[in-house]
Design a protein around this ligand. Structure first.
Ligand code: UGA
Length: 432
């Protein structure tokens, strides 16, 4: 398993759980050392216990580079990141190419190379020639995109909705199918596609999910202007089985290390392919998404009147619950936006405060919700952690009882009964 970030670490544990002998390769010591000691260097429910189990069973080991043993592996999974390039929209595939080149130097002709990273369509074919140049033979390479979600990563890996394999060689497909046999035996659908289609499945799935979220958030903008309720609207349209109710939760929008950078990279790739107009709508998907963050900042400033002398409490800072990932987090952007307007912002999050401290944002943090909200002029719910959904508003002691529900998960009734003014995105709430 080459690259032990979110994807690689989870896939390594998943493959070892299936009984395979897995060697994890990661040059970054800050990731490698904890993993060697059975510690997952990010928050992911269930992964820590599963990691300990497979290490104890002797199924998973770690090292910082290839050696004879790892070179002899039957299958090499490439799981390194493809972040957005600095100052550009395009995906940075340099980690994929550098991982492939290092592998090429030790690769055996009979071994299988499996790409799992999310890449711009066409990357796999370039990788084949890039590996061939170094290895001196055409590698047996296929693309096998991963659809795991943070927060349910292990479950998603062991019980995926589908397995996609992209290659032109039935024998390659057979070898990879053998790896996943136990999963396939449970009836998981398998799609055997060409390389390019397999690469596209991943980015287009993420683009579709992002579009669905931005669609309902655009409806929220309309609802706000027209005095309608986007939450009830989402419920009503979601009952149409052709539309479906998932990914229609309106609020401050999508963030994380995948959806935002994937739609930007996809737009850039379409441009390179000369079909930029096909994905122009994704630019608007991105714009709608970012406007929701600004909307909360505007609502907050309007409430506070003079943010410079006010205290704002932000509950939840990760991009979604059950994760400590702060990449492109809508809640973090809002907190920083209000801080830049002079407000004293105090943040609470059940698991992400250490990750926040590491970023040195200057935001104040509180270990307890009561402490974070005490004397606040405004509370903002940024991430819908279960802890906040269950909060009893009557136990809080802010200076001004006003909350902006950025995720539309709180009971308006309960909070109003406790004396709060409730502001929510896309809703027409009458506060007494
Ligand atoms: C996403 C995809 O869902 C995975 O299938 C994919 O494998 C992964 O990216 C990836 O490319 O690696 P993830 O980023 O973990 O997974 O999180 P999601 O559950 O998709 O949520 C993304 C964002 O959308 C979060 O900020 C979430 O709060 C937001 N969201 C989600 C909404 O605002 N409304 C919704 O209805 C659903």
């Amino acid at each position: 398993m080459i690259g032990l970030g979110y994807l690689g670490a989870t896939h390594a544990v998943a493959m070892a759980t299936l009984g395979h002998e897995v060697i994890g390769i990661e040059p970054d010591q800050s990731r490698l050392e904890p993993l060697k000691n059975g510690v997952v260097p990010f928050y992911e429910p269930g992964l820590q216990d599963a990691l300990k189990k497979v290490i104890a069973a002797g199924k998973l080991s770690f090292q910082n580079s290839h050696d004879e043993k790892s070179a002899a592996a039957e299958v090499h999974f490439i799981c390194v990141g493809t972040p957005q390039q600095k100052g550009k929209e395009t995906a940075d595939t340099s980690y994929v190419f550098s991982a492939a080149k290092q592998l090429a130097a030790v690769l055996k002709p009979e071994s299988l190379v499996v790409g799992k990273s999310t890449v711009p369509v066409g990357t796999a074919r370039h990788l084949i020639s890039s590996i061939q140049e170094i290895a001196g033979f055409e590698p047996r390479l296929c693309w096998n995109p991963e659809f795991l979600r943070e927060g349910t990563a292990l479950e998603d890996s062991l019980a995926p909705d589908r397995i996609v394999i992209g290659s032109n060689d039935p024998l390659i497909n057979k070898n990879l199918k053998d790896c996943y046999q136990q999963i396939l035996d449970t009836g998981t659908p398998l799609l055997e596609l060409d390389l390019e289609t397999a690469e596209l499945v991943k980015v287009s799935a993420n683009a579709f999910l992002a579009t669905k979220i931005s669609f309902i958030n655009a409806m929220a903008e309309i609802a706000e202007a027209a005095g309608a309720d986007a939450v009830k609207l989402a419920e009503a349209i979601g009952m149409d089985s052709r539309i479906g109710k998932s990914f229609l939760r309106t609020g401050i929008g999508f963030g994380g290390g995948c959806l935002p950078k994937d739609i930007r990279g996809f737009i850039a790739r379409a441009d390179e392919l000369g079909v930029g107009s096909s994905l122009k709508f994704l630019t608007e998907v991105d714009n709608i998404n970012l406007r929701r963050r600004q909307r909360v900042i505007d609502l907050a400033v309007a409430e506070l009147e003079d943010p410079g002398h006010k205290k704002v409490s932000v509950l939840g800072i990760s991009f979604k619950p059950d994760s400590d990932d702060l990449r492109d987090s809508p809640a973090l952007d809002i907190a920083l936006g209000l801080q830049s307007k002079g407000a004293q912002v105090i943040v609470h999050d059940p698991v992400s405060l250490a990750a926040l401290e590491a970023r040195q944002t200057g935001l104040s943090v509180a270990e307890e919700v009561l402490e974070a909200t005490k004397d606040a002029d405004l509370i903002i719910l940024g991430t819908e952690w279960a802890e906040y959904r269950k909060l009893d508003p009557s136990t809080l002691n802010p200076k001004t009882k006003t909350i902006i529900d950025g995720r539309n998960v709180l009971s308006v009734n309960d909070w109003q009964k406790a004396g709060f003014k409730v502001i929510a995105l896309g809703r027409n709430i009458q506060n007494g």
